[in-house]
Ligand binder design. Structure first.
Ligand code: ARG
Length: 247
């Protein structure tokens, strides 16, 4: 009869709803910073940072997706909630710690000078009277602004580090100051530019990269820190490191 027919429908209605799709954390990165973060020919975001965070996510059982985010607006995108985290060779600084939270450090860096092979620049102080290219708002910008003066028009600020290096090639600037890993990678891969690097240990403070989350997002920060500790302990961090920088 009709009553018996209604029973299956009622059972279906009370069946538990399907689980919600797993959260995919959106990770912002300025993918113009090889070998840490860049885009390959297919437009995929690749690099040391991606391999590290992917290993962290795999360990922690959470899902991530990288989204190319210009450096200019990267911290704002985190503030606005458009990105859940940032991995972009971001140096952990006291100032940045006021507005965002950082993971444990995952990479050591320092500033390095790029000049033409023929340049007489031998130390950071030699840049004082020269035109110096930096990426706007980076730690490179900070140190150069300090040496030359923040409003000195000889400080040439660019949206990306590759643009600054292009200007060095064309002679618009006499030097570029940026993170050592990126400068070394660029100089090694562009021999036709005839650049060399000039290190100056005494002028540049040690820097450490951290993964940034919105202030107070301890849930994600703890997952990231746990994963970082795990991949350091199980050798996968070392494997990724060796892939990009040698053993
Ligand atoms: N480590 C430097 C800083 O935090 C430069 C980072 C630039 N990163 C990038 N993907 N463009 O200021």
């Amino acid at each position: 009869g009709k009553k018996e027919e209604a029973a299956p429908a009622a059972a279906a209605a009370s069946a538990p709803p399907p689980p919600p799709p797993a959260k995919v954390y959106v990770i912002g990165t300025d993918a113009a910073y090889a070998p840490f973060e860049s885009q390959n020919e297919k437009g995929e975001i690749v690099g040391f940072s991606m391999d590290i965070l992917s290993a962290v996510a795999a360990k922690g059982g959470f899902e991530i997706k990288f989204v190319n985010t210009p450096w200019e607006g990267i911290f704002n995108s985190l503030q606005q909630g458009d990105r859940d985290a940032l991995i972009s060779s971001i140096t952990i600084t006291e100032e940045r710690k006021q507005t965002m939270d950082f993971s444990a450090p995952y990479f050591d860096a320092e500033q390095l000078i790029a000049v033409k092979e023929t340049s007489k620049v031998a130390k950071f102080a030699d840049l004082k009277k020269l035109k110096v290219g930096v990426q706007t708002g980076t730690t490179g910008d900070e140190v150069v602004s300090k040496l030359l003066g923040k409003t000195n028009t000889n400080v040439k600020r660019f949206e990306s580090t590759p643009l600054a290096l292009k200007e060095l090639q064309s002679g618009g600037v006499d030097a570029v100051v940026a993170d050592n890993g990126v400068v070394i990678h660029y100089v090694a891969n562009n021999p036709a530019d005839k650049f060399k690097t000039v290190a100056d240990k005494t002028s540049f403070a040690p820097e450490q990269y951290g993964i940034a989350v919105k202030k107070g997002n301890t849930e994600l920060l703890e997952k990231i820190n746990k994963g970082l500790a795990d991949i350091k302990a199980d050798g996968s961090y070392d494997q990724v490191f060796a892939k990009y920088f040698g053993a």
